[in-house]
Design a binder for this molecule. Structure first.
Ligand SMILES: NC(=O)c1ccc[n+]([C@@H]2O[C@H](COP(=O)([O-])OP(=O)(O)OC[C@H]3O[C@@H](n4cnc5c(N)ncnc54)[C@H](O)[C@@H]3O)[C@@H](O)[C@H]2O)c1
Length: 327
């Protein structure tokens, strides 16, 4: 079987492509290179272009009639940009996804896996969420994910396509074989900032120390990107046994990590510890959440294999190699 990976030249899509390739499922990539990297798609059949381009998608299916499923990772993902340009984000993430699913239906594609996000959950008193927890996306970006999930579920109820939305928590790390990783030079998430502070010898800012969490700092569920990728391989294998025309599964580790715990874990890995300074909350930040993992285990037979320390090690190893691989 082949799998079409939309956004397969990006961080997560390229890792999913490697995991599929390693498992004997041949990836075919469509990516506009809006943020993705040609180098990440070089090993596979690669179509540079937009998911909304019907002629392009028709050509992909004509040239690869054995594509049996699509993984849809193509999106714009920068939360502050989505606040500044909501119309642009709805166009890129929702309108183009609607066009894309039309092209998939025309080409009789029966299976769609959609990259959704934990950012759609309502921040609440309980830090642990599951798939039935209340939703309340906190940004235009997150709302595009919630709208797409609902849109795909409606379409799956009426058309011959089934949809699985995978809600990713906080991906870290890189392909353990270092074929791909985060393409950004300055990632804005906490681990990215720790790596930068370490490289530049400057203090790391702990933004927010008065959250209702065990030590007052924000909680995240850091899931290794290779584990995320492995979950897609598992999903492709168990797709036809999923209940109903559409399903939702959270992908995280089941453990919450506070910013202070992340800092401590980071400092245990590196030779020269990073110093930290406390700072006020940033606008829009929340206490965060971690997921219960029962559904992923039950429906996909999947559970994460890499721990936080390995995620940090692989992120550091990739940061050291990034320039060499991507120039
Ligand atoms: N990185 C995270 O923390 C995170 C968390 C939860 C969910 N997600 C979701 O996972 C998916 C992948 O995220 P990522 O971190 O790999 O981001 P990324 O920016 O590295 O990858 C997105 C890819 O999609 C491509 N793309 C964007 N619009 C396109 C279009 N219209 N047509 C064709 N290609 C297009 C980009 O060029 C890029 O290669 C996204 O849908 C994102 O919303 C990411």
């Amino acid at each position: 079987m082949k799998v079409l990976i939309a956004g397969g030249a990006g961080y997560i899509g390229s890792t999913v492509a490697s995991a599929c390739g390693d498992a004997g499922i041949t990836p075919v990539i469509v990516d506009s290179l809006a943020t993705g990297r040609r180098e990440f798609a070089a090993r596979w059949a690669f179509y540079e272009g937009d998911i909304a381009d019907g002629a392009l998608i028709d050509r992909v299916f004509a040239e690869h009639p054995d594509v049996g499923a699509v993984v849809h990772c193509a999106a714009l993902i920068v939360v502050p940009d989505s606040v500044a340009d909501p119309a642009g984000y709805y166009r890129a993430n929702v309108a183009k996804s609607l066009d894309f699913v039309g092209h998939l239906l025309r080409n009789r594609c029966p299976r769609l896996i959609f990259s959704s996000s934990a950012a759609i959950y309502r921040p609440g008193a309980d830090l642990a969420v599951d798939e039935d927890s209340p939703l309340d996306p906190g940004s235009p970006y997150a709302r595009t994910k919630a709208v797409c999930e609902a849109m795909f579920a409606d379409i799956a109820a009426a058309e011959p396509i089934r949809v699985l939305s995978l809600r990713y928590f906080n991906p870290i790390g890189a392909d353990p074989k270092m074929r791909t990783g985060l393409q950004l030079r300055r990632p804005s998430h906490a681990l990215g900032q720790l790596i930068q502070a370490h490289a530049e010898g400057v203090p790391f800012l702990i933004t927010g120390t008065d959250y209702p969490t065990p030590d007052g700092t924000g909680v995240r569920d850091y899931v290794h990107v290779w584990d995320l990728a492995a979950a897609h391989v598992a999903a492709l294998g168990s797709f036809d046994a999923l209940p109903g025309p559409s399903a939702v599964i959270n992908l995280g580790t089941g453990a919450g990590t506070t910013v202070r715990e992340l800092l401590d874990a980071f400092n245990r890995v590196v030779g020269h510890p990073v110093q930290a300074r406390e700072a006020p909350r940033r606008p829009g930040d929340t206490a965060g959440a971690y997921t219960r993992t029962d559904r992923a285990r039950r429906l996909l037979g999947w559970q994460p294999r890499y721990d936080l320390t390995e995620g940090i090690r692989h992120s550091l190893a990739w940061a050291a190699l990034r320039e060499q691989i991507l120039g």
